[in-house]
Design a protein around this ligand. Structure first.
Ligand code: 13P
Length: 287
């Protein structure tokens, strides 16, 4: 059964480790991430962007697939299914479809509008026993066509949103989605420290987990990050393994064209990536 992300993140914040959120795109992604989490005895969050939801034909399909897998794969570790960077309308759709967690990304709106919409969603999520992530300070890079600049959030605004009663808070600290450019200046630990000082026990969320050096990840966790989102890294691992399979001509040998064979190396690469991240984030055996 899907669970809210609240308990797993409160435990992570108190225990000084982070739970990974890995984005899903299809059956192979979901199966690989769930298998990795189960094998590592780690809680996990499956992230679904609005674009990925659309790709999978809609949020109801996603809920049906994930719930089916939890049962058929006999998954016993805590799993949350979360909308990633949702609009207000997207959040409402996911609540209706049976997600256990949502992220409302009001970071592109004026702070008062962000506060108003987040307040409304706090009420609804509390009634439904769902967790809610809010965002302050746009996270740079491109995600589903939404481009941000990699800002640093204003710690006072973070406190304002945290005090509304959200479960976890994403704040821009110079992180960006996708690959980091060569001239990236790194995470702003000064900003993160200031945010944690004002928001106390609130689990903080680090987006753009792909390509952040291990030592920065560990430092971010020590400063209150309890959830780390990874998406692009699984996509790159999948594409590399699939390219290798095709370049080696394996699809032309025997029944190598069978999708179950063709997609197997990519799926294994996603699983290996997730296992590596779970080790790094410290959530192994924290189920
Ligand atoms: P990356 O694609 O950079 O790993 O970022 C993922 C993310 O933050 C999803 O919200």
């Amino acid at each position: 059964m899907l669970v809210s992300a609240k308990e797993m993140l409160e435990k992570a914040k108190a225990g000084h480790y982070a739970v990974g959120q890995f984005n899903i795109n299809n059956l192979e992604w979901t199966k690989s991430i769930l298998a990795a989490a189960q094998e590592m005895n780690s809680p996990v969050i499956l992230g679904v962007s609005e674009g990925a939801g659309k790709y999978m034909t809609g949020f109801k399909t996603v809920v049906g697939m994930v719930n089916g897998m939890l049962e058929e794969m006999k998954i016993t570790v805590p799993v949350a299914l979360q909308l990633d960077h949702g609009s207000y309308e997207g959040c409402m759709k996911c609540i209706e479809a049976g997600f256990s967690s949502i992220m409302y990304d009001g970071s592109h709106s004026p702070i008062d509008e962000n506060v108003a919409n987040t307040t409304e969603l706090v009420k609804i999520c509390a009634e439904k026993g769902m967790s809610l992530e809010a965002e302050v300070g746009a996270i740079g890079g491109e995600e589903d066509g939404v481009v941000g600049k990699g800002e640093c959030a204003d710690p006072e605004e973070c406190k304002r949103i945290a005090d509304l009663g959200v479960t976890m808070l994403a704040a821009g600290i110079g992180n960006i989605h996708g690959k980091y450019p060569a001239n990236w200046e790194g995470l702003s630990f000064e900003t993160l420290d200031a945010i944690q000082k004002l928001t106390g026990d609130m689990p903080l969320v680090l987006h753009g987990g792909t390509g952040i050096p291990d030592d920065m990840i560990k430092k971010a966790i020590s400063l209150g990050v309890a959830k780390i989102n990874v998406n692009t890294e699984c996509q790159i691992a999948f594409a590399e393994a699939t390219r290798k399979y095709i370049e080696e001509g394996k699809d032309l040998q025997g029944k190598g064209f069978d999708p179950r064979k063709l997609l197997a190396p990519g799926a294994a690469a996603i699983k290996a990536t997730v296992i590596e991240k779970i080790e790094l984030f410290g959530s192994k055996d924290k189920a």
